[in-house]
Design a protein around this ligand. Structure first.
Ligand code: BG6
Length: 498
């Protein structure tokens, strides 16, 4: 059997896209709660106000080159019907958690990934003690998972920070967030002890380059602020690992990287160099979090750009001594890059459209331009294992589609085809290449609001949620064809992919 007997099979979610209940249970607002909805062609906006009462919105989101709010603008909610904030209701997991966990258990899951909304535990981010109602909410969820033999995996920070950090400090550019985060992480360790064993410190930590407001609450996300912010996140991650190793030795703390192999479009060596440099832009983050040091190529890049790392005595030793215990990653497909962009089409994918990225003529794409690559998981697993020689965990893989509901179900053959190809490729990596893989979590197992576009129409789930882009609908859960396919796959521990 290629997959180990305790292989973790299941799905992945994130609070800001799934949970809703933003004004319930004493929660505070997060940065995601001031982001409006969008679409493939309309960018999500962050709404803001100035002291003089002026208000407006700026696209500080994935796919946008914008990096700053206007001078003096503070991100906040604006009560105007032209703005819709999808995180406020999302998939209403807040009121459907028992049902969703049961459905996932019946699908055969032995693992489910959630994120904790930091501002549900600490509404302002920095209170001395946690909001007991928020703690109780998550504790009940994890208990419910355990009841069904489901291992919860918790992302401590998934694309939302307490809004107060963006309002007061320009987010993670400020070192005060490090201690606030460690207190929050330790609260989770203590309160969920015996229920949660696996934590991920920062979702897709490398995406700060694409969306600094989303990952790090930066309202001024220039290169220096991004470098400072991610340094502070690295420190927070290492301190969290230290705390876990010293006081909660049963825990395993993972890093989380957004990864997709990058291919060169031509055999021109200039294209190979472009690809290598693009891969380094991604792997820099895992080099720090898994190898414990800043790689020379990044230090040289910072030196050329005049960027400084705001390190204090002992910081680099901390990064060296407390790398993460395992590497988890998201992988949706691959990308193609070239210096020869004439006669090519712009390529897209996780992280948005980027410079020199072109469409792969060999692969099909979905309506959002994301390519389905049947080999990407095998290539990804080999690349990451060759470099880090550590345990790997695929915590996101999936396909977004404009599903059509027919007689209370969705015939999503395209999703089954995607999963079949991706799981087969992962299986080859384990069986033929010997990669130590902990598990596979399908992204967005229950339909939820997309991160890039903030729309419900881009659905990933095997479980349909009856809600539209504006939070209207019955929120009834319905099972798609892929639900039954995945169940069969899991029951056979990945052997039956027919
Ligand atoms: C990953 C994120 O980048 O991709 C998720 O961790 C996100 O939050 C997923 O939802 C799919 O992206 P999107 O934009 O289609 O929702």
């Amino acid at each position: 059997m290629p997959f180990r007997s305790d292989f973790l099979w299941g799905g992945a979610t994130a609070a800001n896209q799934y949970e809703g209940g933003v004004f319930e249970g004493g929660a505070g607002l997060s940065t995601a709660d001031v982001m409006t909805n969008g679409s493939h062609t309309v960018r999500r906006q962050v709404t803001w106000k100035k002291e003089d009462g002026t208000c407006g919105s700026t696209p500080l989101c994935f796919g946008s080159p914008e990096r700053h709010l206007p001078e003096g603008a503070v991100p906040c909610l604006i009560d105007d019907e032209k703005y819709y904030y999808p995180s406020h209701i999302a998939s209403d997991f807040y009121h459907h958690w028992k049902e969703d966990i049961r459905l996932c258990a019946e699908e055969g899951f032995n693992c489910l990934r959630f994120s904790v909304k930091w501002s549900r535990l600490f509404p302002d981010g920095e209170e001395e003690t946690a909001n007991e109602e928020g703690v109780r909410f998550y504790r009940e969820i994890f208990k419910e998972c355990r009841k069904y033999g489901i291992e919860p995996v918790v992302t401590l920070l998934h694309y939302e920070n307490p809004l107060a950090f963006a309002q007061k400090y320009n987010g993670w550019a400020d070192r005060r967030l490090v201690n606030a985060y460690v207190r929050y992480a330790e609260t989770c360790f203590r309160e969920f002890r015996g229920l949660v064993k696996y934590y991920l410190t920062f979702n897709e930590i490398n995406c700060i380059e694409h969306a600094p407001f989303v990952t790090a609450a930066l309202i001024h996300g220039d290169e220096q602020n991004c470098a400072s912010a991610v340094f502070h996140q690295f420190l927070a991650s290492s301190l969290t690992v230290k705390k876990a190793h010293e006081s909660y030795p049963e825990l395993k703390i993972g890093m989380m990287l957004a990864y997709g192999p990058v291919y060169a479009y031509t055999a021109d060596p200039a294209d190979q160099l472009l690809v290598q440099q693009a891969m380094n832009q991604t792997l820099f983050y895992s080099d720090v979090q898994m190898l414990g040091r800043y790689p020379d190529y990044k230090l040289k890049e910072y030196e050329r750009a005049g960027i400084t790392i705001p390190a204090k005595d002992g910081d680099f030793e901390l990064l060296r001594d407390y790398p993460c215990d395992f590497l988890s990653f998201s992988c949706y497909g691959s990308h193609v890059m070239t210096c020869h962009e004439e006669n090519t089409e712009q390529g897209e994918g996780n992280g948005g459209a980027q410079a020199h990225m072109v469409r792969n003529p060999y692969l099909k794409t979905n309506a959002w331009g994301w390519a389905t690559d049947p080999q990407c998981l095998r290539i990804t697993l080999n690349t990451l294992y060759d470099r880090y020689h550590c345990e790997l965990f695929c915590v996101e893989n999936g396909i977004g589609w404009n599903d059509v509901l027919e007689e209370n179900t969705v015939h999503d053959d395209y999703r089954i085809d995607y999963m079949r190809a991706n799981i087969a490729s992962m299986k080859d990596a384990v069986e033929l290449d010997g990669i130590p893989l902990m598990g596979y979590l399908y992204w967005g197992c229950v339909d939820m609001v997309s991160n890039g576009e903030g729309e419900m129409a881009k659905r990933y789930g095997q479980i349909y949620v009856d809600a539209d882009n504006y939070g209207k609908g019955s929120f009834q859960r319905l099972l798609k064809d892929s639900y039954f396919w995945y169940r069969k796959c899991i029951q056979s521990n990945g052997e039956d992919l027919d």
